[in-house]
Structures are given as C-alpha cells and as structure tokens.
Design a binder for this molecule. Sequence first.
Ligand code: SF4
Length: 63
Amino acid sequence: MKVNIDPDACMGCGVCGTIIPELFSLGDEGYAIILLDPAPEQYRDLVQRAMDECPEEAISAKD
Ligand code: SF4
C-alpha cells in the first residue's frame, strides 16, 4: 500500500503520528512524513483511521 501526504495540505498537527507512530512522523520542517514505503498491509485499518481523522484530508493511500 502506497501512502502519501499532501505537503501543501498538511498543517503538522501530529494526529497521524499518534495513530500510527511506526508509519507517520513529523519531519524537520514540522510536517508529516512517511517512515515506511510501501506501508505494510497490517496498517491498512489504521491508515484509514488516519485518513478519516486528518483535519486537512492530507493523507491518501492506494494499492
Ligand atoms: S494528521 Fe494530517 S494535518 Fe496532521 S500531521 Fe498528519 S497529515 Fe498533517
């Protein structure tokens, strides 16, 4: 699964990193970065939750 962050939309709130700290972190500039690419299948449900809870709808994923 390929997970993407829209850098123009992310506001660096950190919510995604609290949902899956193994996959999302905040980079040096304070915006979300992806730590595992591709994202392991085991995170599929949590990625969906991160997509749902991201206040900027900055997270997308595709197979
Ligand atoms: S939840 Fe969305 S806005 Fe917040 S850090 Fe993650 S990608 Fe950025």
